[in-house]
Design a protein around this ligand. Structure first.
Ligand code: ATP
Ligand code: MG
Length: 331
């Protein structure tokens, strides 16, 4: 199958607020046609930054890519300027965000906002017919055309945002915490809709969520991020069922997928490292219960845990010229 998006060892810095933030330090992502990919990780791990990077939506004056590549449908977009990205967003990739109200224009009726998106992609399209078609796709009544965003519920607004995103017939939809602001019932409806749209339209989906249950439900493969690093990736069942990285194990233990023997959720102790400098060892080492001396000295690389399952951990990698990796049962 065709590769839609490839992020290869991306590193980027925010330079805006007086001091640098190394928000992405070594992140990789591979998305093939029609695939559902999940991105997990704690707050501040760089999920939204990665999403904005692959959509060309980073602040141009206060962010800088300092390493790696972003390749969209075979085209190296790493050095793209705003207008190059705009045409890519009009054809290959589209995005929905957590908060539709910050994206929708409050004084423009919904129908017109959807139609504007259609016109961007195809100036000759029958906008009325296509708008109705898009509303039907996201399961909204045609009368929504005349509504203003504030007249709609949170779930309906998220559907409107989806309709706008689908207006350019994207081959990849990036959804950044699309249901976090919604109540549980509405959340389930929007997730089911995303899943259905991906299947019927054959588009790929990158779903960003700190909710592992959500990712487990929808995604074929998962990437786990920590302090700007991809620290584990594999098929969803592998990553969540037999995690290779101590951080992923902690994340699963702290999620609502499992409770401890005392019936309580566990947490991962310690603090996330500062992103003001590039991290030159294992980013998780200060918090890791399995840390060895090498973990504080050398950065581990993404290594094979099982076929199609990678982890960035010295437990998986024999130290160069040093001790062999631990046997699997002690991981
Ligand atoms: P959350 O789960 O809270 O949405 P996230 O994984 O999406 O977190 P990001 O929003 O990508 O994390 O942030 C990564 C790091 O970059 C954080 O330290 C954040 O404070 C910083 N950051 C994000 N946006 C900017 C910006 N525009 N300027 C400077 N720093 C930023
Ligand atoms: Mg975010």
């Amino acid at each position: 199958t065709r590769t839609i998006l490839e992020v290869d060892r991306l590193a980027l810095v925010y330079t805006g607020r007086g001091r640098d933030v190394n928000a992405i330090q070594d992140a990789s992502l591979l998305v093939k046609e029609g695939e559902a990919i999940g991105v997990a990780g704690e707050s501040g791990s760089g999920k939204s930054t990665l999403a904005r990077a692959v959509m060309g939506l980073l602040p141009p004056t206060t962010s800088r890519i300092v390493g790696g590549r972003i390749v969209v449908e075979g085209v190296d977009a790493t050095g793209f300027g705003p207008s190059d990205w705009q045409s890519l967003r009009g054809s290959s990739v589209a995005m929905v965000f957590q908060d539709p109200l910050s994206f929708l224009n409050p004084v423009v009726r919904v129908g017109r906002q959807i139609a504007e998106g259609i016109a961007l992609q195809d100036p000759h399209a029958d906008r009325k017919a296509r708008t109705r078609e898009l509303l039907e796709l996201v399961k909204l009544r045609p009368s929504v055309i005349d509504a203003y965003p504030h007249e709609l519920s949170g779930g309906m607004r998220q559907r409107v945002m989806l309709a706008i995103a689908l207006g350019c017939r994207p081959r990849l939809l990036v959804a950044d915490e699309p249901t976090t602001a919604l109540d549980v019932t509405t959340q389930g409806e929007i997730l089911a809709l995303l899943d259905e749209l991906r299947r019927t339209l054959g588009m790929a989906l990158v779903l960003i969520s700190h909710d592992l249950g959500v990712l487990r439900r929808l995604c074929d493969r998962i990437y786990v991020m920590y302090a700007g690093h991809t620290i584990e990736t594999g098929r969803t069942a592998q990553v969540l069922g037999a995690p290779a990285h101590p951080y992923t194990r902690g994340l699963i233990a702290a999620s609502r997928l499992t409770r401890g023997p005392d019936g309580r959720f566990s947490t991962i102790g310690g603090d996330v490292p500062s992103l003001q400098q590039r991290i030159t060892a294992c980013p998780f080492q200060p918090r890791c219960g399995s840390a060895m001396p090498v973990c504080a000295e050398m950065p581990p690389f993404l290594d094979t845990a099982e076929p199609d399952h990678l982890g960035r951990c010295w437990l998986l990698t024999p130290e160069p010229g040093g001790a062999p990796a631990l046997p699997p049962d002690t991981r």
